[in-house]
Design a protein around this ligand. Structure first.
Ligand code: NIG
Ligand code: FE
Length: 413
């Protein structure tokens, strides 16, 4: 039986004229439809019709969204939620003026979480992750990327990817797994970087590719992590093994990550807080998504990525939480959207497109999700208000009242 998502006050389609992303002034358009309903068949969007055109309801199973706002299911395109442990001690140090990089150099930071992840069972890790996934679903997220990167050896990177696989098997939302073995150097390879890179390219990548444990291979190009040349070596092999690429770069130092990302046709460059005009020019007009993290800048009191300049230079911009225990302990995509409005000078429409169609582009899934268009998956986030500006205006609140995945209500409040 067909389903009818009936009675929305506003539907924000975020459709991109089949391009699969939006840039520049296109971001000002959220594809607003007033007083429309959505016909769903077999989990896909079959039609979008005016509320007053429906004469016979007996054909449909009704999902009542009368008076509410319907968005495409939100796409959370960058998280590190497969972590264990707690870094509130480092948070306190940061409040006292010690920087994130100083903490990393002293052996804290990512390596502290690595200790916790190495000492937890896959089942316990899975339990911790479930709470976080549930929270994202309650915010309207229907596609979610999750990275490894806190194992930093064969056994524990694979353990994290197995926990991510369990999440994928448990939840109806789309889970996109990313291998981030090149997050930083583990202590045992501190003075032998080549040996750790060999471990990544000779053991981890072949196994992960063979067992289909990740879609993407990511790396962290930074003074405290991997050089551009080291990333080049890893990307070269990852690409040969069929993994898609993405890169953390220009977070604290611009050391050539953008060039490597472009060389290997990376799907994204993530962070960009310190990108300069030269870097922006290189990304301009290219089919690579700049994934920005206003929550991370807020949490670390770090400079914000130049969202305005990137948008005005025709770069594809997406937004995400970067949810992790060290630089962005913010398990709230709405708050991130709100910070983008208040601190990055992005408009409400630009923000909504950046967590839907453009975030889908970042994950290379914008042909299936990220906008409300006939033929796409029936994934929706329903907000309990009659005006979409309220989603951003209500800072710190979650107005999402229903999450729908492939036509099924998977959350309602
Ligand atoms: O994206 N920049 C590197 N990685 C994460 C932080 C990870 C951590 O501190 O645990 C990030 O900010
Ligand atoms: Fe990250």
């Amino acid at each position: 039986m067909k389903k009818l998502l009936f009675g929305a006050n506003q539907i924000l389609t975020c459709e991109s004229k089949s391009k699969g992303y939006k840039t520049g002034s296109e971001l000002k358009d959220v594809g607003l439809l007033s007083s429309h309903s959505i016909v769903i068949e077999d989990g896909f969007i079959k039609d979008i019709i005016p509320n007053n055109s429906i004469k016979d309801f007996s054909d449909y199973e009704i999902i009542d969204v009368s008076g509410k706002i319907v968005l495409p299911g939100l796409i959370e395109c960058h998280t590190h939620l497969a972590f264990a442990g707690n870094r509130s001690d480092e948070f306190k140090m940061k409040l006292d003026g010690v920087s994130y990089e100083e903490i990393a150099l002293k052996g804290g930071g990512i390596l502290k979480t690595v200790d916790s992840v190495r000492n937890i069972s896959v089942t316990d890790l899975f339990s911790l992750m479930k709470l976080r996934v549930n929270e994202f679903i309650s915010q309207g997220v229907t596609s979610l990327e999750i990275k490894s990167g806190y194992g930093l050896n064969f056994e524990n990177e694979i353990k994290q990817l197995h926990a991510i696989k369990l999440i994928d098997e448990t939840y109806p939302i789309d889970i996109i797994p990313t291998f981030l073995g090149a997050h930083t150097y583990p202590n045992e390879f501190k003075s032998n970087h080549t040996a750790y890179i060999d471990e990544i390219i000779e053991r981890m990548i072949p196994y992960i590719s063979k067992n289909k444990l990740a879609v993407f291979c990511d790396a962290f190009c930074e003074k405290t992590a991997f050089t551009a040349d080291e990333v080049d070596t890893i990307f070269n092999v990852a690409q040969q093994y069929g993994l898609k690429l993405r890169l953390h770069t220009d977070q604290f130092n611009a050391i050539g990550g953008i060039d490597v990302a472009l060389k290997y046709n990376s799907a994204t460059v993530d962070h960009l807080e310190v990108i300069d005009d030269d870097g922006i020019n290189k990304l301009s007009g290219k089919e690579i998504v700049s994934v920005l993290f206003p929550g991370m800048s807020f949490f670390l009191n770090h400079q914000y990525a130049p969202a305005r300049k990137l948008i005005d230079s025709n770069c594809i911009v997406a937004l995400s939480t970067d949810y992790n225990p060290g630089s962005s302990n913010i398990l709230n995509l709405h708050l991130v959207m709100q910070i983008a409005a208040l601190k990055m000078k992005m408009s409400i429409e630009e923000i909504i497109n950046s967590v839907t169609i453009n975030a889908a582009k970042a994950l290379l899934i914008s042909d299936k999700v990220g906008s409300i268009e006939i033929g796409k998956q029936a994934d929706f986030a329903v907000f309990d208000t009659d005006n979409y500006a309220d989603i951003i205006y209500n800072v710190g609140r979650n107005l999402n009242c229903m999450t729908i995945k492939n036509g099924f209500v998977i959350y309602s409040s």
